[in-house]
Design a binder for this molecule. Structure first.
Ligand code: ADP
Ligand code: ADP
Length: 230
């Protein structure tokens, strides 16, 4: 089965300074359960590609399917979880209530929600902070809450844009290991944007290398090869 199918997608932004081709004829197919990293220098279109898959923006041309449907329908069905660099937590909700939000939207009952939120907060090491509010947490801790929230629906696809960027080294390594374990366990596919080649190689089965102006995929490296080349 195919989790994500990107076919000939281009994205052009028009600004006062002119036009920017953020993505130029990008093709990418990600299998169900596959872990793929997107790497490349700033401005090569990694975030744009992820945002298009997440239905946060629309391609200028080309097509995207998520489990065989449009990103919009996939989003409404909550087929995927999102964790971006900016945690994007609701400030007026407690940590636990933020994690429960996707479950609430999906009509999961109160008890089940509380149990799942507790499990997820344990997974990211924030059990003691369930009743805190986001502003009482460090940036790294807020990111961990966002990761917990992205997992709440047990999605078959995770879209992650530098989700560990604000974490200290030790916490990052722990979260990387947990993420790999969790994906193996649940069979979730992941599209993971990172600047870090070691992180991409550690986490993924395939590393997709992009380059800017215009944003293109220049290489797709199976990680067995990347590891051998180290
Ligand atoms: P990356 O995530 O690889 O750093 P981005 O996807 O953020 O790259 O950006 C790709 C290119 O598109 C960059 O040149 C960026 O300036 C431009 N871009 C991204 N979003 C917008 C926007 N909303 N309006 C104008 N230009 C944008
Ligand atoms: P950052 O690296 O952004 O500080 P981390 O998530 O790596 O965030 O936090 C490291 C540790 O520091 C946490 O696990 C926690 O023990 C402690 N910490 C950070 N901020 C707070 C806070 N506001 N209240 C209590 N403990 C905190």
């Amino acid at each position: 089965a195919t989790a994500v199918d990107v076919r000939g997608v281009s994205k052009v932004f028009t600004t006062k300074a002119g036009t920017v081709t953020a993505l130029d004829d990008v093709h990418l197919r990600i299998a169900a359960g596959e872990f793929v990293s997107l790497i490349g220098p700033s401005g090569c279109g990694k975030s744009t590609l992820l945002r298009l898959v997440a239905d946060l923006d629309e391609p200028s041309s080309g097509e995207i399917e998520v489990f065989g449907r449009s990103p919009r329908v996939a989003r409404e069905a909550q087929d995927y979880g999102i964790a971006f660099q900016q945690a994007g937590l609701l400030p007026w909700r407690t940590v636990a209530a933020n994690v429960e939000l996707p479950l609430e939207l999906h009509g999961v009952g109160r008890r089940e929600r509380a149990a799942r939120a507790a499990d997820l907060l344990a997974l990211v090491g924030l059990t003691d902070f369930a009743r805190h509010f986001p502003h009482q947490l460090s940036g790294g801790m807020q990111q961990r809450v966002a990761i917990a929230r992205s997992l709440a629906e047990r999605p078959s696809l995770l879209l992650m844009d530098e989700p560990f960027g604000a974490l200290d080294e030790m916490t990052r390594e722990r979260m990387q290991t947990e993420l790999v374990r969790l994906c193996a366990e649940t069979g979730a596919a992941v599209v993971f944007v990172t600047h870090s080649i070691p992180e991409a190689v550690f986490l993924s089965q395939r590393v997709v290398v992009m380059s800017p102006r215009p944003g293109r995929i220049t290489q797709v490296v199976p990680v067995d090869l990347a590891r051998t080349a180290e």
